[in-house]
Design a protein around this ligand. Structure first.
Ligand code: ZN
Length: 453
């Protein structure tokens, strides 16, 4: 990192302060974020956590020569088992489809893939090793086919999330079970019925609890100590508290994560998103009639530690902002590699202050629209830095033309009719016509859906 570069400062959930980021090894900054449990499409709350991680990694890559970013996939979980049964489909089919959809949705909003994307089911051996070590060290015990972590064996339990042992005992979120020594003890391993996924273990055929996978996979790919661990604020307790306890008890010389970051929740129209309120939005729901870049921009309107309120008006505003930015780019060559303007970088280095970075980009756009070519180049570099302005103005305005979804639905119906009539040339011509408009058709078991390219 050169002396002229701004220094990155990040809020640390453990110390509850904004502190300078000091990498353990400046030659390889190591980051772990908890990834999806793959049983359903990603919703826009999930997306916020993924965009936060993406911005962090983009900034780190700008500042340091190498970053190793690990984001896991939870592919063994009770919710997966339940959904597969509900759908009447094999678990492997459900998880494979959900992983594919997740990758597609993230790519659409310009989120770069992690360097390593480990799957829980491919790391059962590492989990079993850790559990055995925890038992040997007196931090875990076997009871009725379960292996439980004994929270009383780790004096610092609760410190990360700032909970006292009394809070923990009174917490309504701990599951009471007769085989637990302490109400706060959590499952490392549990028995599996013959019709559910299971692996042989010294404690019988079973499957892991959720928390142990992240401890095992971060250790495998990042070591006993790594730089940053992150996720949504809903993961702070119990998930991250439990990961920390397991890892510190297993590898007492390591520090596990040096720095913890958590993004705040996303509301929809001022309310918590829920299926029962009817305000539950998947990424696909939003992308059906909105350019993906506008959704990405909207998620950057609030700094990651502030609650973000998603509204349709906010989405329209994000689209207008992009119209303005793309107009301001004018004829800056698409492959220009200008430096990121210092005020934008300084805002991002100030605990990823994306609203301030966007305000700086508006100031650059003002100057660019007044004819300042250097400001236009700076705007493009700033946009690229945070995964925006990746198209040419021409591409943006063409794709941004309002697509009439009723007209698309009518064409889909025509295509279906053509296929029924075995007029495949006509069906293919309709698909090609829509592709020219940037509309991709997807034929599935329940019919044909569409999305923007
Ligand atoms: Zn995790």
């Amino acid at each position: 990192m050169s002396d002229t570069m701004p220094h990155l400062a990040l809020h640390d959930s453990r110390s509850r302060k904004i502190v300078p980021f000091v990498p353990l090894d400046p030659g390889n900054v190591r980051v772990y974020f908890c990834g999806p449990t793959v049983y359903d499409l990603a919703h826009i709350g999930n997306l916020r956590a993924m965009v936060t991680a993406d911005i962090l990694v983009l900034v780190l890559r700008h500042l340091y020569p190498r970053v190793t970013y690990v984001r896991n996939i939870t592919d063994v979980d009770d919710k997966i088992n339940a959904r597969a049964r509900e759908n009447g489909e094999p678990i492997a089919a459900l998880t494979a489809r959900t992983i594919r959809d997740f990758h597609e949705d993230l790519a659409a909003v310009g989120i770069l893939p992690p360097d390593v994307e480990p799957r829980a089911t491919h790391h059962i051996g590492e989990m079993l090793d850790m559990i055995a070590r925890l038992i040997a060290g007196g931090h875990a015990y076997e009871a009725q086919g379960h292996v439980l972590f004994a929270v009383s064996s780790f004096a610092a339990y609760g410190a990360l999330s700032g909970r006292s042992p009394d809070d923990l005992l009174a917490g309504a979120r701990v599951e009471i079970a007769p085989y637990k020594r302490d109400a706060g003890d959590f499952v490392l391993w549990k028995p599996s019925d013959p019709d559910l996924p299971g692996w042989e273990s010294p404690w019988g055929r079973g499957r892991p609890g959720w928390h142990i996978e992240c401890s095992a996979m971060s250790h495998r790919y990042l070591g006993e100590s790594f730089d940053i661990h992150g996720g949504g604020s809903d993961l702070l307790f119990p998930h991250h508290e439990n990961e920390l306890a397991q890892s510190q008890c297993c590898f007492p010389h390591g520090r596990f994560a040096n720095h913890w970051m958590h993004n705040a929740m996303l509301l929809v129209d001022g309310e918590k998103m829920s299926k029962s309120l009817g305000n539950f939005l998947t990424v696909r729901d939003v992308l059906r009639d909105t350019p993906a870049e506008a959704l990405r921009l909207l998620l950057l309107h609030a700094q990651y530690r502030s609650v973000l309120n998603f509204t349709r008006a906010g989405l329209a505003e994000a689209k207008q902002t992009l119209d303005r930015f793309y107009r301001a780019l004018g004829d800056v060559p698409a492959d220009a590699q200008g430096p990121v303007p210092e005020p934008v970088l300084a805002a991002l280095c100030d605990d990823l202050n994306t609203p301030r970075a966007l305000a700086e980009m508006h100031a650059l756009a003002d100057r660019a629209l007044a004819g300042d070519g250097e400001a236009a180049a700076g705007l493009q570099a700033a946009g690229r830095m945070i995964g925006l302005l990746r198209q040419t103005p021409d591409e943006w305005f063409r794709a941004g033309a309002d697509v009439d979804s009723a007209a698309i639905d009518a064409l889909i119906a025509d295509r279906l009719a053509a296929r029924k009539a075995r007029d495949f040339a006509r069906a293919d011509a309709i698909r090609a016509e829509l592709a020219d408009l940037g509309i991709i058709l997807e034929d599935g078991p329940t019919g044909t859906s569409w999305r923007r390219a």
